[in-house]
Design a binder for this molecule. Structure first.
Ligand SMILES: Nc1ncnc2c1ncn2[C@@H]1O[C@H](COP(=O)(O)OP(=O)(O)O)[C@@H](O)[C@H]1O
Ligand SMILES: Cc1ncc(COP(=O)(O)O)c(C=O)c1O
Length: 293
């Protein structure tokens, strides 16, 4: 099957799909539920949040407060069972503790036909995020291998594959062959489709994402590389990809949409005061997500 034919979700007429969004909520700094709820809602989805933690801001700021929600989650999901909530997709991201992976497995058991999208948020630029323990990284790696769609950056791909990070991590300047090797290795570990993000080679003016799956050939999608980094681009990319998939678009259309949207939102962001702190500003562009329908 060619990449253009890979549809992961068939949207039926006026039906509004329901997505369980298993992410943290950050008071400041655009990421996680603060991105997933508006983006998926604009794509005509009914978003049902499962908060994995409450943060004053994301953890790249020098000071932040975190409230771990792990102990409420089993009762939270049991209450869903009690009222017969139906779910069409489970979309997970930043997690607070290894036990939260068990709660995601509970969701998979409750909704065996739901699409499983895992953004394995745990690290970037060769470094694990400060709240991530080795046990949580191992649990996330296991979860990643059962995904229908997995969206790692290069550091996360290395962690999932048990390859070196830290001082030994090679950076984002990798060859096509190396990117394809990583995608194939993640598929061999069980992920059905993989979107490997953020390949940026020295001297090149584009940023590449490699996309592959058990049922399609690996292909590459690229965008102009903007010479600054903003927090939350990974979450925005995964939410836009998810929005396009749930709107019934093919995998190829979805990765193109997500890359274009993040690029355009980064341009909008650069016009804001304090934009490097503020994170990725996507709000003025939400109309483009509505057009997916
Ligand atoms: N500087 C940039 N210029 C253009 N697009 C970008 C830039 N940074 C990120 N993106 C887009 O957003 C995607 C996800 O961002 P990235 O920062 O790699 O994710 P993560 O936060 O998970 O590390 C990239 O693969 C790319 O499509
Ligand atoms: C609390 C929290 N949630 C989510 C993220 C994910 O951010 P990104 O989209 O840059 O991977 C981070 C990253 O620092 C974070 O600290």
């Amino acid at each position: 099957m060619s990449e253009a034919e890979t549809h992961l979700y068939q949207r039926e007429g006026a039906y509004i799909p329901r997505v369980a969004a298993v992410h943290d909520l950050c008071g400041y700094g655009k990421c996680s539920l603060g991105v997933a709820i508006p983006v998926l809602s604009a794509a005509g989805c009914d978003v049902c949040p499962v908060p994995t933690g409450l943060f004053s801001s994301h953890t790249a700021f020098p000071g932040w407060y975190m409230h771990d929600t792990t102990e409420i989650l089993a009762d939270y999901l049991n209450a869903w069972k009690g009222i017969g909530v139906e779910i069409d997709a489970v979309y997970s991201g930043f997690l607070g503790a290894p036990e939260q992976v068990d709660r995601i497995r509970d969701l998979y058991a409750m909704y065996p036909n739901a699409l499983r999208v895992v953004d394995p948020v745990m690290a970037d630029h060769g470094k694990v995020y400060p709240t991530y323990t080795p046990e949580l990284c191992d649990a996330m790696a296991e979860l990643a291998c059962g995904a229908d769609v997995l969206t790692p950056n290069l550091t996360e791909a290395a962690i999932i594959l048990g390859e070196p990070i830290g001082e030994d991590w090679g950076g984002t300047d990798i060859s096509d062959e190396e990117a394809r090797r990583l995608v194939d290795a993640l598929i061999a570990k069980g992920a059905k489709h993989v979107v490997l993000k953020g390949i940026q080679r020295a001297g090149e003016s584009c940023i590449r994402n490699f996309v592959g799956g058990a049922d399609c050939e690996t292909f590459e999608v690229h965008n102009e590389y903007l010479p600054y980094m903003l927090h939350g681009t990974g979450d925005l990319y995964a939410s836009c990809l998810m929005a396009a998939v749930m709107a019934g678009r093919s995998l190829e259309e979805a990765v193109q949409f997500a890359g274009d949207f993040v690029h355009d939102a980064m341009l909008v962001s650069a016009e804001q005061p304090d934009f490097r702190d503020r994170g990725v500003s996507f709000e003025p562009l939400l109309g483009k997500v509505c057009e997916l329908l």
